[in-house]
Ligand binder design. Sequence first.
Ligand code: GTP
Length: 595
Amino acid sequence: MKHIRNFCIIAHIDHGKSTLADRLLEFTKTVGERDMQAQLLDDMDLERERGITIKSHAIQMNYLYKGERYTLNLIDTPGHVDFSYEVSRSIAACEGALLLVDASQGTEAQTISNLYLAMNNDLVIIPVLNKIDLPGAMPEEVKDEMVDLIGCERDDIIPASGKEGIGIEAILNAIVERIPPPKGDPEGELQALIFDSQFNSYRGIEVIFRVKNGRIRKGDKVKFMATGKEYFADEIGTLRLTQEPKEVIECGDVGYLISGIKVAKEVKVGDTITHLANPAASAIQGFEEVKPMVFAGIYPVDTSEFEELREAMEKLQLNDASLVWEPETSAALGFGFRCGFLGMLHMEIVQERLEREFDMTVITTVPSVRFEVITTKGATLQVSAPAEMPDPSNIDWIEEPFIKAQIISKAEYVGAIIGLCMDKRSVFKNQVYLTADRVELQFEMPLAEVVFDFFDKLKTISRGYASLDYEFLGNRESTMVKLDIMLNGEGVDALSAIVHRDKAYEWGKKLCEKLRELLPRQQFEIAIQAAIGQKIIARETVKALRKDVLAKCYGGDISRKRKLLEKQKKGKKRMRQVGNVEIPQEAFMAVLKIN
Ligand code: GTP
């Protein structure tokens, strides 16, 4: 144990975590130069393209320091707020963290939130000032920020550049010198923390764990304490560039376990592995079930592809335990699925993976958070789709999820940001100057408002300088209403939304206007109406199309006539018929962009 160091790298997105990790692996010869591929840890194509490490992994390095051989376990953490629970479990598997700050950007929202997580877990923080090679680097200012933030000495900060390979040895030495070896009782009952899992189509789910107490041997009969499931440790080992099977993983070390688990849901991040015969008295603290926060319907564009979509969703779920779904039917869109996501980024990723890996074209409906509706009969309903909302006369009150949002920005954008947040029904809580030019703002805001285009708007008004992080606060009472859209008197369920009453009029008006632009003129007039309950709050009209497409043909040329009819038919394919009105695909998407 004396020679083990477990650490992670925490950083804001794009501050250079993956690049630095690559350099550490190269320097310790964990990978030969020939195997070296930029950003080795991001092994999903999508991750590489987006430059975001979606799922955490672990990798083991050997490092010779003052003639002694050390085992360094680098535990990778995802950088985005949607995955903050996974970050917290990865952090719980470490004794230390490299805190990476981009010398040209300074500290950002995720730098701070991840730092707090690390400090709460009593991790030793090694501050690293990264990207010092950049011409726009402001090393002295950013060092000031870091000293203020961490309370470290200026000299503790290691200047580095992952790109140029500067400071790599100093970082490795600091890992050995400053981070303490793991504690724990090697002879105690087994307690191993599951902090990640990955899916392998041949071998099933691979569980990644850190042994806190005791040791695990190949062939042991083990039990996962939260799920109560029992397995054989068919194979255990350490993670290098490839998996290296071992007979035993000792106290303090990190490893993987394979035991033919087929379903991602059985492996819960944060769960504790123990022995079946001689179990630990208690599980490792901090386990939580991850809860989806954002819900939306996913439908195949081509209704005949429903079964294919189901298969694709099942496969996705194999390696994404946080994705939940159930079948749903919409009058407008047909058969599809109601899905729950950790957040907006997670939703985008799922949609993209469906299209990319499974070649599906899907429609996503208006995302919603989960409301709690207390009925006049005293029952509490969980409502995450407009269709589930009971009639207003049966509702006593409604509660919606609130978050604590933390925004860091250049001082000059503070006014615009406060304006935007106020427009989103936020409560301003606090404002702290990190430096003369950088401000941290805190708001309490409804998650429902963040779900739409808040992040994009924030980036726009701050010219990309603001960063956002948030945590869930709890539910609060709100006056929410269900807004329905009707075309020629017929409700279109996929266009309904649950919105705050104060915003319902604006929402209804804008949506009607947008639909008027998007609905093609048809043989008859189309009335577009927005309604709350029985009350119509907005109306637009699409005028009837006068000319018959065939009128031009003077009855003569039959082949030309056929061509025109055919063209019309093709056009129809990309439409959905609701009552007698044809709705193009863009109309369902438009809802996302009107806010
Ligand atoms: P996420 O995985 O999205 O959190 O990003 P990351 O923190 O892993 O950052 P990544 O290593 O992907 O680097 C982000 C960008 O910064 C890439 O374009 C890198 O080439 C660049 N970059 C990383 N390190 C350095 C550095 O030391 N100097 C310079 N100039 N650029 C760097």
